[in-house]
Design a protein. Structure first.
Length: 67
């Protein structure tokens, strides 16, 4: 899959002590969405990767997903 087929990028921030935003990362791109732990009420969980992978599949708009 080459980059011309990419029309959505999901970023999952696993650091509940700081929220990420596109402007903080120096990005201004409508195809990138950032999700922070507070988006799902997470608090005090050290390992969220399986939860974020499931969420990514659930909210992705495409039929092709690359992790």
């Amino acid at each position: 899959m080459d980059s011309k087929n990419v029309n959505e990028i999901l970023i999952f921030n696993d650091d509940e002590s700081s929220e990420l935003s596109l402007s903080e990362l120096g990005l201004d791109n409508k195809i990138i969405r950032i999700f922070n732990p507070s988006d799902w009420g997470f608090s005090g969980r050290k390992f969220r990767k399986p939860i974020y992978l499931n969420k990514a599949i659930e909210i992705a708009k495409n039929d092709k997903i690359l992790f």
